[in-house]
Design a protein around this ligand. Structure first.
Ligand code: SF4
Length: 353
């Protein structure tokens, strides 16, 4: 759903300003594409991502869900919608819940107003807090909040404050991302890199965050994701477990029918064409390297039992990292520690090269 009220200065996701007429045409195009992929696929997760899908009128979301239900076998699906605080009210949340959406992912980012302002967010913390409480009141028991690390002005104390505030709310999941200055963003143009907390400080923040979230009952299950027991994101787990999924919309990605594909960043084309353009990005996905890279993001790690021919060489390469406390080895499984997650790219490179 590539529509936002206002572009955040750090964001490099594809999105345009919201306009109801365009969103209507967009919804029609989504439905056309849902029908075009129709097959015997069983759907057990549906994810409205963005952009800001919560900016769309409920009837547009309803018509998309109806199209999925009419064209696929849908089995007790986890249905998530990303929500930007200030774009929903209790009535809208009740309607979303009523039509089967059962998980919300709310872009809180920080519980400190000066940090939210520095991030160019459209909401303050009180508005984000009220959105979480309204979602809970509307019947959502599976609520995720986004938290950002390395924000301008953030300190260890302010991060701990944000975590403590979040943990007081009726939520079951936290996604925590480090702010990265991407090339095509306002922050990059402003060259704000020197104003950000330094890398060492952000690393300390990450480790403290893991510890604090765990103390509050949120177990880490992926580099950036934490949940109460049973509330891991079923949808996102599919990406890391190398399972297939269909992405619809400009800038979306799919892994379907044995190929990885991407849709170009053009809303105009997506709206006008009968079927979205798919550019093949990977003809033969599912290589050992790809599986290893994805599964090493998970706390449960990479099990090498099925990859007998790789077992000895990878285990030998893993031993020095284990001695440094960056990973653990047990039962043919390699799993990165929190410290290891901080340097995951280097470890993965070291294991696979
Ligand atoms: S961060 Fe979210 S709300 Fe902000 S511009 Fe990006 S997609 Fe839109």
């Amino acid at each position: 759903m590539p529509f936002c009220e206002k572009k955040c200065p750090y964001c490099d996701f594809y999105s345009v300003s919201y306009c109801r007429d365009t969103a209507r045409l967009y919804t029609d195009a989504v439905i056309r594409n849902i029908k075009a992929y129709r097959g015997n696929a069983e759907i057990d997760t549906i994810y409205f991502g963005g952009g800001t899908p919560s900016i769309l009128p409920v009837e547009f979301i309803t018509s998309i869900l109806q199209a999925v239900n009419e064209n696929y076998i849908v089995n007790e699906a986890e249905i998530t919608i990303e929500i930007n605080p200030k774009t929903v009210n209790t009535k809208k949340l009740l309607q979303l819940r009523k039509m089967g959406v059962n998980r919300v992912s709310i872009g809180v980012q920080s519980c400190v107003d000066s940090e939210l302002e520095a991030l160019g967010r459209i909401h303050n913390y009180d508005e984000a807090r009220k959105t979480v409480l309204s979602a809970y009141k509307a019947g959502f028991k599976n609520i995720s909040c986004d938290l950002m690390l390395g924000v301008i002005g953030q300190t260890v104390d302010s991060l701990i404050y944000s975590i403590n505030q979040l943990c007081k709310l009726p939520i079951s999941h936290v996604s925590a991302y480090m702010l990265k200055i991407e090339e095509n963003t306002e922050f990059n143009k402003q060259n704000i890199i020197d104003s950000l907390p330094c890398e060492d400080l952000v690393s300390d923040m990450y480790l403290l965050m893991v510890e604090n979230l765990e103390e509050n009952g949120f177990s880490q299950y992926e580099i950036s994701n934490f949940s109460k027991i049973g509330f891991e994101s079923k949808h996102n787990l599919k990406y890391w477990e190398c399972k297939e999924y269909i992405g619809i919309g400009p800038s979306s990605h799919s892994y379907f029918n044995g190929k990885r594909t991407a849709v170009p960043n053009s809303l105009q084309d997506f709206i006008e064409l009968d079927r979205q353009t798919e550019i093949v990005t990977e003809e033969n996905p599912g290589s050992f390297e790809e599986i290893a890279m994805l599964q090493l993001r998970l706390k449960e790690g990479l099990c090498l039992t099925k990859f007998n021919n790789k077992l000895d060489s990878i285990m030998n390469k893993a031993i020095p990292f284990e001695k440094m406390g960056l990973l653990t080895i047990s039962d043919n499984t390699i799993a990165l520690t929190a410290k290891g997650f901080l340097v995951s790219n280097a470890i993965i490179g070291g294991l696979l090269l």
